[in-house]
Design a protein around this ligand. Structure first.
Ligand code: PMP
Length: 360
């Protein structure tokens, strides 16, 4: 057609129409206080570093060889950690990748899928990319997901718990209700932030044959740079994901990720203590921001979602950016008055609070 820009004329219609995901800024300069993409403020367990270096060996010769196509050592460690069988665990390169496999494996149904209208902004992109019709359901007045809104016939349900970017948590009872209401569709609970105070729906896997839970090592395990994401569910669901993965002839993980991942799950004391430290930092930051007049949604994540009744969020974000502090702002109706702020170290959080104090 005449309206197609020249450079797009060889693109598929799907890609031409796609509104691409805009990821959080990953600045090349590193003297910034980076509170915009929910990475951990702590380093990973020192045992992860040791394991990665030791997997590499003195000459790196091991990198000549393909990794284990099943990443079975990591699968075993993670399955044991969560009290599951290895055929209830699926691994991929970060949860964004496993989510893509979920869309392919479960969502191409005759009915639309359901998802909150404010949730992880990748879901609508995948819906477009995989041509999965999606009905977005508004959050209630308190920015909560009401599971009673998810009773209409559907071809699947996907939501994040705690939700992103709000940080608001659903209880295990509410998840159970959601699953009982939708026995004929796959319900996907994306638990990227569950380790910061929530109860995981992994506890419900043997009870529900339609539940799929996603985890990542990017947040609570401080390993966003290693790229490991995983899915838990009953074996018949994991089998569908393996079938999709094998159709790409892809390896779930590289050798260094497998080694580092194993070490992270083996060092549970470090994991538990850093999760608790993060929660303490969050509670401290919440009370300081409330002291400055911010409304802060109740967060169970490693970020908070906050607005100031007298100040535009864009202006605040700009003011912070000028002094080298990056936070996230979404130009989306209903949430454009909020800032999403990743919990940093005590020093970073203090710098944020001091700078906000000046701006206000
Ligand atoms: N799910 C949610 C809700 C997220 O916020 C993120 C991080 N942007 C991801 C999944 C993806 O995490 P990763 O690909 O690093 O595992």
């Amino acid at each position: 057609s005449v309206d197609i820009p020249m450079k797009q004329r060889l693109w598929s219609p799907l890609v031409r129409d796609l509104v691409p995901y805009v990821p959080g800024e990953q600045p090349k300069i590193n003297n910034l206080i980076k509170l915009n993409t929910n990475e951990s403020p702590f380093p990973p367990s020192p045992k992860v570093r040791e394991a990665v270096i030791s997997a590499l060996g003195l000459d790196g010769d091991v990198l000549r060889l393909y990794p284990d196509p099943d990443a079975s050592s990591l699968k075993q460690v993670i399955a044991t950690y969560h009290g599951l069988a290895t055929n209830q665990v699926f691994l991929g390169n970060g949860s964004d990748e496993v989510l893509a496999h979920i869309y392919t494996a479960f969502f191409k149904q005759s009915l639309p899928i359901l998802s909150p209208d404010i949730s992880y902004s990748f879901y609508p992109v995948y819906s477009q990319l995989y041509a999965v019709e999606t009905v977005q359901i508004p959050l209630d007045a308190d920015f909560r997901i009401d599971v009673n809104d998810y009773k209409v016939p559907n071809g699947g349900v996907i939501l994040a718990n705690p939700n992103a970017p709000t940080g608001v948590l659903l209880s295990l009872d509410q998840i159970r209700q959601l699953l009982s209401n939708n026995p004929e569709s796959v319900v996907v609970i994306d638990e990227a932030y569950i380790d910061f105070g929530g109860q995981s729906a992994i506890a419900l896997i043997n009870e529900f044959d339609n539940l799929v839970v996603c985890h990542t090592v990017s947040k609570s395990r401080a390993l966003a740079g290693l790229r490991i994401g995983m899915v838990f569910g009953q074996a018949h669901l994991i089998e569908a994901l393996e079938r999709v993965k094998n159709s790409f002839n892809s390896y779930p993980l590289d050798r260094l990720a497998i080694a580092g991942g194993v070490a992270s799950y083996e060092d549970d004391a470090y994991f538990q203590s850093t999760c608790q430290a993060l929660i303490d930092l969050r509670e401290d930051l919440v009370s300081k921001l409330q002291g400055l007049g911010f409304d802060v949604l109740p967060s169970h994540a490693n970020f908070i979602f906050a607005r100031h009744p007298q100040h535009e969020a864009v202006t605040l974000a700009k003011g912070l950016r000028e002094s080298g502090i990056i936070v996230r702002h979404f130009a989306k109706p209903r949430i454009d008055q909020f800032l999403r702020i990743t919990i940093g170290t005590a020093e970073q959080n203090q710098a944020l609070v001091s700078r906000l104090q000046e701006i206000l």
